[in-house]
Design a protein around this ligand. Structure first.
Ligand SMILES: *[C@@H]1O[C@H](CO)[C@@H](O)[C@H](O)[C@H]1NC(C)=O
Ligand SMILES: *[C@@H]1O[C@H](CO)[C@@H](O)[C@H](O)[C@H]1NC(C)=O
Ligand SMILES: *[C@@H]1O[C@H](CO)[C@@H](O)[C@H](O)[C@H]1NC(C)=O
Length: 357
């Protein structure tokens, strides 16, 4: 009998740990806490005065009950799939939803805001929630947990054991740097502006660490030059990916992964910051969509698929839509479909986030 146990014990432990449940029955990651832009906003912009919204049809078309939630996709986002993979709720709620209970809050929440960036000036373009404000909401969240039935110790446990996910930076380049003159006058090259943004990443990570966060993932940029809207805007090579933008993303990711992440892990006690790469997968999918079961990687499902996003995607019920969004990499001209998000989430779980399971 005891030899049976010793034979199977390692397996039993593997099974237990795979579900994210530690030997004492507690979840190793009790909450997923999210900062960022539309790639991870689960509905915060519904509650602020901005036009950067998606809480209307056809967004959410393939969500439970076809419900538009404020997610810029036809269904769930990568962070929703990641939450589920950690044994947490299937969807991460938006912090500004006033109906959330302490139990909802304690398993994770998103502070993200569509159209925002690391740079305050990016958040200003569409009057959305800046990173400084997302961090203010995080401080308020921490207080709410402390003052709840969880108490000081319970709140500390959630904050200290949670996984913090950052997904942000694309808008700083495509909405701000390449689109408006101000930052280009201050930073002669995209690389210099990138260095400024990396300084903001550092400050934000230090801030969450100072507030008690330890397990963190900073997600790299995708090949943003291959977004349908950027293909349309590519003057040199119409319809093709903007390779300059892609090179900027690779260079930013390289410095994030190669320099900043190791430096912060060295300097901040107890920090476990990982870099999650989404560039390579995205690049592979865009080059060979068929290999991943997609038929279209060049246009979004919504409208012409080339420029419509937000309100332009919601104009009228006569709006042309693709039949099966699972065949499309993009739902609108900027944002991935649920199926693409699910593949991204699986990949990031397999390559990076499994260390926290
Ligand atoms: C909160 O719940 C009430 C009652 O279910 C509902 O009418 C209301 O729309 C909800 N508010 C939000 C912001 O979801
Ligand atoms: C961004 O704006 C906030 C509030 O407006 C301010 O507190 C913060 O210092 C600004 N950050 C930077 C880097 O300018
Ligand atoms: C992730 O790993 C699982 C289990 O090994 C495998 O079934 C799945 O295909 C992998 N997914 C991706 C996208 O790599």
């Amino acid at each position: 009998m005891s030899s049976l146990i010793s034979k199977y014990l390692p397996w039993l432990l593997v099974l237990l740990l795979r579900g994210g449940v530690a030997a004492d029955g507690k979840k190793k990651v009790p909450a997923i806490i999210v900062f960022g832009d539309s790639s991870v906003d689960t509905g915060n912009n519904n509650f602020i005065p901005t036009i950067a919204r998606s809480n209307f049809w056809p967004y959410g078309r393939d969500f439970a009950d076809g419900l538009p939630t404020g997610r810029f996709s036809n269904g769930r986002l990568a962070t929703d799939f990641i939450s589920e993979a950690f044994g947490l709720p299937r969807t991460i709620p938006a912090y500004l939803d006033t109906n959330l209970t302490i139990d909802d809050l304690a398993t994770g929440v998103s502070f993200a805001s569509a159209s925002t960036g690391l740079d305050n000036a990016t958040a200003g373009i569409m009057s959305v929630i800046s990173i400084a404000e997302q961090l203010d909401y995080f401080r308020e969240y921490r207080e709410r947990l402390r003052l709840s039935k969880l108490g000081e110790a319970g709140a500390e446990e959630v904050v200290g054991e949670a996984l913090y996910i950052w997904s942000i930076g694309t808008n700083d380049f495509i909405e701000n740097y390449y689109n408006l003159p101000q930052r280009r006058m201050q930073y002669a090259t995209a690389a210099e502006y990138g260095a400024y943004l990396l300084g903001l990443v550092e400050a934000a990570v230090r801030e969450v660490h100072a507030l008690g966060g330890r397990k963190m993932d900073f997600t790299g940029l995708t090949p943003m030059g291959c977004l349908p809207a950027e293909r349309l805007g590519n003057r040199d090579d119409p319809g093709q990916c903007n390779e300059e933008y892609n090179a900027v993303a690779r260079s930013f990711n390289g410095r994030l992964r190669g320099e900043l992440v190791p430096k912060l892990n060295r300097e901040l006690p107890g920090l476990r910051l990982v870099y999650a790469d989404t560039y390579d997968l995205f690049d592979a999918v865009v080059r060979k969509p068929g290999a991943y079961g997609f038929e279209n990687a060049e246009r979004g499902c919504c409208g012409t698929g080339l420029f419509e996003a937000g309100y332009f995607c919601g104009l009228g019920t006569s709006m042309q839509l693709c039949g099966n969004a699972n065949k499309y990499v993009f739902f609108d001209a900027i944002h991935p479909t649920e199926r693409m998000y699910s593949i991204l989430a699986d990949t990031v779980m397999n390559t990076t986030l499994h260390v926290f399971l």
